[in-house]
Design a protein around this ligand. Structure first.
Ligand code: CMP
Length: 139
């Protein structure tokens, strides 16, 4: 059975460009309830740990530097079929491939600076949410 929670980050370039409010509005309008929310700034070491699964990929260094380049907004989101539906809402990793009406089509600059992160599985949604939020930060 599909889980009902996913994890997202609004990435540094989207926060810096002032898109956070519009992105959160799209998320809530799509039926998600905010379970946890945080404005924070990852160190390079923290970004490296978060994206450890991509360590062997050629873009890992660029990804880590970028994710530590400025503040981000992290959130746990709740809705039926949360992970799969959220990936549809954000669109393809590469914004040139993202469908009209998706968050990345509207706000992403490139494959690396792609405005938002969305968990790719229920298991990773749990791991990623636990990385950012304690039990008493969830409502
Ligand atoms: P995200 O959904 O956060 O998960 C992994 C991230 O790696 C992805 O979004 C992109 O920001 C980044 N990424 C994936 N592919 C590439 C690529 N080819 N070049 C640079 N960054 C990438």
């Amino acid at each position: 059975m599909a889980g009902n929670r996913t994890f997202t980050m609004i990435k540094p370039e989207a926060v810096a460009a002032g898109h956070s409010g519009k992105i959160i509005d799209m998320i809530i309008s799509a039926g998600y309830r905010i379970v946890a929310l945080k404005y924070t700034h990852l160190s390079a070491a923290e970004a490296g740990t978060f994206y450890e699964v991509h360590k062997e990929r050629p873009f890992y260094g660029e990804l880590v530097d970028y994710m530590a380049s400025g503040p981000i907004i992290a959130a746990i989101l709740e809705k039926e079929n949360a992970v799969e539906d959220f990936r549809k809402l954000i669109g393809a990793t590469d914004p040139s491939q993202a469908e009209e009406g998706t968050i990345r089509k509207r706000f992403a600059e490139s494959k690396a600076k792609n405005a938002v992160h969305g968990s790719d599985s229920d298991e990773n949604a749990g791991i990623e949410g636990n990385y950012f939020f304690s039990g008493r930060e969830r409502f």
